[in-house]
Write a protein that binds this ligand. Sequence first.
Ligand code: SF4
Length: 429
Amino acid sequence: MNVYDADRIRTALVSTGWEEALEDVATLVIFVTCSIREKAEQKVLSEIGRIESRSAEGQPVIAVVGCMAQRIGDSLLDRFPAVRLVCGPRNLGRLLPGIDRIMDSRERLSILDENPVSLEDLGVSPLFRENPWKAYITIAHGCDNFCTYCIVPHVRGRFMSRDPEGIFLEVQELVSSGVREIILIGQNVNTYGHDFGNDYRFSSLLDDVASMKGVNRIRFCTSHPKDLTEDVVRVMSRRPSICTGINLPIQSGSDRILGLMNRGYTVEKYASIIEMIRDHLPEPSVTSDLIVGFPGETDDDFRESVRVVEKFRFDLVHTAAYSPRDGTPAARMDGQVPFAVKKRRLAEINRIQEDITMAINDALVGREFEVLVDGFAPRGDSMLQGRTSADKVVIFPGDASLLGSFRMVRITGSGNWSLRGEIIPEGTQ
Ligand code: SF4
């Protein structure tokens, strides 16, 4: 979501005459921030401090937008003289006029979201993107689930679906600008449309976007297990452009902890959804998110989490040690788990999942997949990277002329985070 917001802010600024610049010559630095974990906020604080310590004669000016601005924006203004503007995520439509004001004066502006249901959005598509071939599109704002550990509903406000017509227009604009893969995003995409008062739902949107001309690939995230219904998976099964990777955060394997987290499902219900996905899709890749050390998590609860990881054999699990966020119910719960215990549990579950991921990836060696070549590999000369429909990253030799194209690759090696491969020359497939 922050990549999407940052790309839209970049687009809006460039279209009004701003130029992107390296940090050491920039007159304005904008941080698009995340509050989901304490570490994310600490990084921003240290970056603000670093830039402020070398700012001369009031330059560069710093603006902080997004969740962290909403959570602690006014204290950022108090603490850092170089921070001259803070702007909450539901007020991005007021950001550009705010920037004009602070650049023309010594003013310091706080544009925070006072009303969790109001929305003043930017109204531009992310045409200047980090990645030319892939683009995110927000389909809903906010979240009403109030998982007890999560700061999102407190900083991003109430759930609000975007009107489908606006989404279609954005898809068209992005496709015309060269995008090959659209990623529909929301805190819980599966509740899309529940606030419309009609029967237009996420499955309807997926189907409609998949039927649009020029849309080669569609992904979506995130799915909440309590709301992922069969109609969505049915649309996925009959639309080949919808990728087969699903992220379905389980968060814990203990029903007791899931209750304390206010997740709204049990492990049994989760298992039935996994079964439904695997029944409808021939080779889905299911990834998950899991928190260890939630308040009150006993060794037995943790063992339940280990059991679900072993049972469901996810392609990948994004694990995290519970990070208390001020203002959330879980931060005030009894039974906070000591750091050392969280660390030990995290290491253990990561080891188990790494073996599973490795075994799943090893079994792909020798297979052939279509990938969208979406960039250079982070390491290695003349190496490119692409993703399969199941969201596996494949690294292979190639040159810049292949960027943005779909190619068939043969998998020649595997690792935990990526696969290695080689392009199959066209005409020999
Ligand atoms: S569904 Fe839960 S974890 Fe996800 S954003 Fe909403 S409150 Fe946070």
